[in-house]
Design a protein around this ligand. Structure first.
Ligand code: NAD
Length: 351
């Protein structure tokens, strides 16, 4: 899909269509760094977005990922009332990082060259200790460890926002946000999936989990009494809520046809394999919580200092989503289209 898009259109055409912005590249042969920083928009403030370090099939796929993720961050900040623009960095993970300190220091120096227009943070394939290494070379980094004076891992806030999003979906479809007995199928029991499962269990929800790692599945069974399925079968689970918390692009036409859940509400970024899938979801009568709205908790936590305000905003994801679900029904528009429209209006208004 990604390569297909890049082959049809030139990079600048794609970037212009997505209303970018800046795209920066850096290589550092000594440490093996191959980094891309995408800055989508800075109308609301400096661009903020995580640093992803994963393997890619091609450079085109990495660039396209950076573009989509940075655009998502712009929309996420806008719709969450955060005074930041959207950016993202993608590090094309080498087979082996020989010296992790040198690698992330080289990336930190790259971030610093942008003079604060881009602020980096933890994301897939990076940890708070990597953020500490970046902080040796730049102050434009958040989610450093508590030891380094940072606020640590934002995932529990992301998970809490996802929980509030699930409650909004249940409220919209059943008229009550009581999760007792509600069956949630979680794809991916990593940082977000784990904290989400913990909160869901406390509220009496029933869980099914799938993960690449058997030890994660075992932990969910032990701690939360979760049932498990093979990862290919998670879409067929007879449940109320499907919560994608693993990776992007999981919602394809084929998957939408298989789902038994009436609600899709999970923490993964870029869940729709392509924007048009939103329409297919709406046609099937499934309630979809747009990814960048429901998973904004981590961004909210790293952007603000006042804990009370952070919790107010994270809990506010419930109302934002209820509003989007209502507009989606009233205007007969897919929920992702409604969310994009609201976010775009906020960004354009700030120009
Ligand atoms: P993570 O790496 O800690 O967890 C991902 C989990 O998914 C891992 O346990 C992995 O084994 C599993 N997994 C991978 N592919 C799978 C598959 N095909 N089927 C089942 N399981 C699979 O990552 P995370 O921090 O929990 O983030 C999860 C998603 O949420 C990502 O898309 C991330 O971009 C997004 N997100 C995370 C945060 C955050 O605060 N951590 C914030 C916003 C968005």
């Amino acid at each position: 899909m990604l390569q297909k898009v890049m082959h049809k259109e030139d990079l600048f055409q794609i970037a212009e269509k997505m209303q970018f912005g800046e795209l920066h590249f850096k290589t550092d042969a000594k440490s093996g760094l191959r980094a891309i920083i995408a800055i989508h928009n800075t109308n609301l403030g400096p661009a903020l977005g995580g640093c992803r370090c994963v393997a890619y099939d091609s450079t085109e796929a990495a660039i396209y990922d950076a573009l989509r993720l940075a655009q998502g961050m712009s929309y996420k900040a806008a719709i969450s009332g955060i005074k930041h623009g959207g950016g993202k960095s993608v590090l094309i993970k080498p087979e082996h990082i020989a010296d992790r300190a040198a690698y992330f220091e080289a990336f930190g120096a790259f971030v610093d060259t942008l003079g604060g227009r881009y602020i980096t943070a933890v994301d897939s394939g990076t940890s708070v200790s990597d953020m500490d290494l970046i902080a040796r070379k730049t102050r434009h980094v958040v989610s450093t460890s508590n030891n380094a004076g940072g606020k640590g891992d934002p995932s529990p806030y992301t998970s809490h926002g996802v929980l509030r999003g699930i409650q909004a979906g249940v409220k919209f479809s059943k008229g009550t946000d009581d999760l007792k007995g509600v069956h949630v199928a979680i794809q991916g029991g990593g940082n977000v999936g784990y904290h989400l499962a913990k909160e869901l269990r406390q509220l009496g929800a029933r869980l099914t989990i799938c993960d690449n790692k058997p030890e994660t599945v075992a932990r969910f069974a032990k701690e939360f009494g979760a049932a498990s399925v093979d990862k290919e079968k998670i879409f067929d689970v007879d449940c109320d809520v499907f919560a994608p918390c693993a990776r992007g692009g999981v919602l394809t036409h084929e998957v939408i046809g298989r789902l038994k859940a009436g609600i899709i509400a999970g923490g993964a970024n870029n869940q729709l394999a392509e924007p048009a899938i939103g329409e297919a979801i709406q046609k099937r009568g499934i309630i979809y919580a747009p990814d960048y709205v429901i998973n904004a908790g981590g961004l909210i936590q790293v952007s603000l200092d006042d804990e009370q305000l952070i919790m107010e905003k994270v809990n506010g994801i419930y109302d934002s989503l209820l509003n989007i679900f209502k507009q989606s029904r009233d205007y007969n528009q897919p929920s992702n289209v409604v969310a994009d429209r609201i976010a775009r209006e906020i960004i354009d208004h700030a120009r």
